[in-house]
Design a protein. Structure first.
Length: 95
């Protein structure tokens, strides 16, 4: 991935994910970076950051989406991710 706004290091949560940005008049398929972090010295919230790679011919402006989550929101999100990951692994059908 080239020319990142997010710093991709050994500590980055996920440095390569399939990604899709969808709008009313566009669909942009790419790879991206996902990072969960917090401030080192005075953590006040959990930051969930997402950046898509924009080096294809289709123009998608370089940007980062950052969600600032309270601890209980981060835990709720983590729980939902665990639940849906288990469903995918089990091949469960939503009813």
């Amino acid at each position: 991935m080239s020319n990142r706004l997010l710093s991709v290091t050994a500590h980055t949560t996920l440095d390569y994910v399939d990604a899709l940005a969808t709008g009313y008049e566009f669909e942009f398929d790419s790879v991206g970076v996902v990072n969960a972090t917090t401030d080192r010295e005075e953590p006040a919230e959990v930051q969930l950051q997402v950046e898509l790679d924009n080096r294809t011919e289709a123009h998608f402006p370089k940007h980062v989406v950052e969600l600032q989550l309270e601890p209980e929101q981060a835990r709720k999100l983590a729980g939902e991710l665990e639940e849906h990951a288990a469903r995918v692994e089990d091949g469960a059908v939503d009813t």
